[in-house]
Design a protein around this ligand. Structure first.
Ligand code: NAD
Length: 479
């Protein structure tokens, strides 16, 4: 422990009203650090600082924005091992997954450094002689960024980098469980040369700090990633005061496995999609929809691969699956294992707590078979290493089952049939479609987001991030 990690408000590192201990889910005895917890007044002070910094940052030269974001990206990439270790320690992803996420965050800053230079407008001939029409994008103002615990650095990065690149000022509130990576990001941005007040970090409770950001009239828009219930509640408040809103929420993503699939490809996609990152991904494949002809072979091969997965300390070499993020989430996962059994699904692998050398929240990845799409384990987001196999007669039924969900983030298919792959790409009701790939694991430079209950508002990432982070102006000019 190295003292208290403070909030960053108006370019100053300030104490919070209280502090909170950041604990390692792999090891109850390991405290990652003590982090300041802001109250509502500090959140409002952060918004005021961001509002004061907006006029000058919104007019800053794009070279300045490029330089800051590029420097931040360079430092993040150079510190990948150290930050990846911090991430694995506070969230429970394995070290390679943690390092991979840090690299992604660094690349996102590099990408949006370039985007600051590429924000083009349009010049269009007017229908009126002698008049020019110009369409340009401008920053929206102060943006509130509210992030979940499962991607402690990538999600803060993919919200903050476009916000800053397009000239907005930021108030960020990370998830309570993982303040460490967000603090490291704030420190990096601070030292990368951002003027005071352009990026503010306020750690603390969602119901206090998050609420203060959402309801502050000086916040022009909020980009939120988290659960459906929180997302809906904050959207209602933002829409009521006509602020911009961007929500990324839950998923119940299907992986369809057809009779003609390559078995190895299908099993790899299922193992990685359902269980890596301890299944704690909005894009996790929690519904494995498998056609009759391959069903038994697929289940056998998947159970074999699962038996070889090593569940242990996120930092231990050779760990495939780290711990569940905390006790509450572990209890929720275990409750769903019980619900699945009570509903009549067959638990064929895992689903029980496992003891390791260190006292962590370890859960053996769980696989259900004989599930139906009506069961709660097939309809509700569990957000843990729990997946259910649902049997389908043929492709048509599999597609119908895949789409029979209130979510629509990602949908995958394992098949060697061009016809079915093409049809699925076109007809899967999801924001992202994967063919012979896991549903989780996406590029950083293309749009990310879903349909139906999974997302609301404009897409994140890639050039599409400009939709949320800018507002369009149409100017008519006569000589
Ligand atoms: P959560 O909804 O509990 O919290 C998300 C954030 O909102 C946290 O920072 C929290 O403190 C804050 N918050 C809570 N109450 C608030 C309030 N009243 N006002 C303002 N802010 C408030 O979600 P979580 O448990 O941190 O994350 C898990 C969820 O995130 C899962 O449902 C998962 O699917 C989702 N997720 C979605 C995506 C995606 O892009 N679709 C990506 C990652 C995670």
């Amino acid at each position: 422990m190295t003292g208290i990690f403070r909030n960053c408000i108006g370019g100053e590192w300030v104490d919070g009203a209280t502090t909170s201990l950041n604990r390692n889910p792999s090891d109850a005895g390991d405290v990652v650090g003590e982090y300041a917890q802001a109250d509502a007044a500090q959140a409002r002070a952060a918004v005021a600082a961001a509002a004061a910094a907006f006029p000058s940052w919104s007019a800053s030269p794009v070279q300045q924005r490029f330089d800051v974001l590029d420097r931040a990206g360079t430092e993040i990439l150079a510190r990948r091992d150290e930050l990846g270790t911090l991430l694995a320690r506070e969230e429970g992803k394995t070290l390679p997954e943690g390092v991979g996420e840090v690299v992604r965050a660094g690349n996102i800053f590099k990408f949006f450094a370039g985007e600051a230079l590429r924000l083009a407008g349009e010049r269009i001939p007017s229908v009126r002689p002698g008049v020019d029409v110009e369409v340009t994008r401008e920053p929206i103002g102060v943006v509130g960024l509210i992030t979940p615990w499962n991607f402690p650095i990538a999600i803060p990065a993919w919200k903050a980098a476009p916000a800053l690149a397009y000239g907005n000022t930021v108030v960020m509130k990370p998830a309570d469980l993982v303040p460490g990576c967000a603090w490291a990001l704030a420190d990096i941005l601070h030292r990368a040369g951002l003027p005071a007040g352009v990026f503010n970090l306020v750690m603390g409770r969602g119901s206090v700090v998050g609420e203060a950001i959402v309801t502050d009239p000086q916040v022009a828009g909020v980009s939120f990633t988290g659960s459906v219930s929180t997302g809906r509640a904050i959207a209602a408040k933002l829409v009521a005061r006509m602020a911009k809103v961007q929500l990324e929420m839950g998923g119940k993503n299907p992986l369809v496995v057809l009779d003609d699939a390559d078995l190895g490809t299908a099993v790899t996609a299922a193992v990685q999609g359902a269980y890596y990152s301890t299944g704690q991904r909005c894009t996790a494949s929690s519904r494995l929809i498998v056609t009759e002809g391959i069903h038994d072979r697929f289940v056998r091969a998947l159970a074999e691969r699962m038996a070889a997965l090593r569940v242990d300390d996120a930092l231990a070499p050779g760990t495939d699956i780290g711990p569940v993020v905390d006790r509450t989430q572990l209890d929720q996962d275990l409750a769903y294992v019980g619900i699945g059994q009570a509903e009549g699904a067959r638990l064929v692998a895992g689903g029980e707590r496992v003891a390791r050398a260190k006292d962590g929240h370890y859960l053996a990845p769980a696989l259900f078979t004989e599930a139906t799409n009506a069961m709660r384990i097939a309809r509700e987001e569990i957000f843990g290493p729990v997946a259910a196999v649902i049997r389908a007669r043929d492709y048509d039924e599999a597609l119908a089952l895949a789409n029979d969900t209130e979510f629509g983030l990602c949908a995958g298919i394992a098949t060697t049939s061009l016809k079915h792959a093409s049809h699925f790409r076109r007809h899967a009701q999801a924001g992202m479609v994967m063919v012979n790939l896991p549903t989780a694991g996406v590029d950083y430079h293309v749009p990310f987001g879903g349909r139906k209950g999974s997302s609301y508002g404009p897409r994140e990432q890639g050039r599409y991030a400009a939709e949320f982070h800018t507002v369009v102006k149409t100017a008519y000019v006569a000589p």
